[in-house]
Design a protein. Structure first.
Length: 271
């Protein structure tokens, strides 16, 4: 049995998408996800995305990072799903229900409401998540937000100067974050524009991170640094983030199909 796949990206954050709604897929495992994601011996991607039938939404989406870990949500991949569906749809994820829809700016994803409670991030023990009394060298007093997956955000003068390749994994694996954490370093350029770099949990620094853009925008809004609608500029391009009066996060940006193909799952250790 050969399995079809779609290679996609959102602002350079790339995915291998497997559609299990119409045909059976091989058994999913961490090792299988790692093998597919390998850029030298596999298809290559930041995340493996698996679509499945859902009993509570139009479809279910599962997300696996390069290291094989399954994560709750992926904003850029959600826009890719919206492009594939081509119409408004509800998507079940481990992080909750989200809504995707075509829009003038590409695909808009309703990411739901942010969560700020320490045990919903989660943190190892109770503390103020708005101004966390923590520091890793010059990165200090972050804010934490869960937008379907967990993020910690540091506001700095120049995010380009941060040694994210060194500090990112240290913070990701800190015992303060029992489920690990996505690490964001952001510079507020003005009240409608943020520049951002993200160290993704289980994937490393990526060209774009949709949930990171959402979490960072919400963190900046909570601190009164920006308005309720902002542009977040990542290395791969721009996303528009809005925190509505109803408390929901709307993310708008592009998604692209790169190519289609198929593979023999046995070549990647699947049964």
């Amino acid at each position: 049995m050969r399995v079809p796949f779609i290679k996609m990206h959102g602002l350079g954050n790339d995915f291998v998408v497997l559609d299990g709604r119409a045909q059976a897929l091989p058994a999913l495992s961490s090792a299988f996800a790692v093998a597919l994601a390998d850029r030298r011996t596999g298809i290559g991607c930041d995340q493996l995305v698996v679509l499945e039938p859902s009993g509570k939404a139009d479809l279910k989406a599962r997300f696996f990072n390069q290291d094989g870990s399954e994560v709750e949500s992926c904003g850029n991949a959600s826009r890719a799903i919206g492009l594939l569906i081509g119409q408004r749809a509800m998507v079940e994820t481990l992080g909750g229900l989200i809504e995707v829809a075509p829009s003038a700016g590409g695909i808009t994803v309703d990411m739901g409401q942010p969560r700020f409670e320490w045990d919903q991030i989660p943190l190892a023990y109770a503390m103020d998540t708005h101004h966390m009394p923590l520091a890793w060298e010059a990165l200090e007093i972050p804010t934490a937000v869960n937008v379907g997956n967990p993020h910690v955000i540091f506001f700095v003068t120049d995010c380009a100067a941060v040694e994210l390749d060194r500090l990112g994994p240290e913070i990701e694996h800190d015992p303060m974050f029992p489920a690990r954490i996505n690490v964001n370093v952001a510079t507020v350029l003005d009240r409608s524009h943020i520049r951002l770099r993200v160290w993704e949990r289980g994937a490393g620094e990526t060209r774009a991170c949709g949930t990171g853009a959402c979490a960072t925008a919400i963190g900046a809004m909570r601190r009164g640094l920006v308005e309720r609608r902002v542009t977040v500029s990542l290395p791969g391009g721009d996303l528009q983030i809005e925190w509505t009066e109803a408390g929901r996060i709307l993310m708008t940006g592009p998604a692209t199909i790169s190519f289609r193909g198929d593979f023999d799952p046995a070549d990647f250790g699947a049964e």
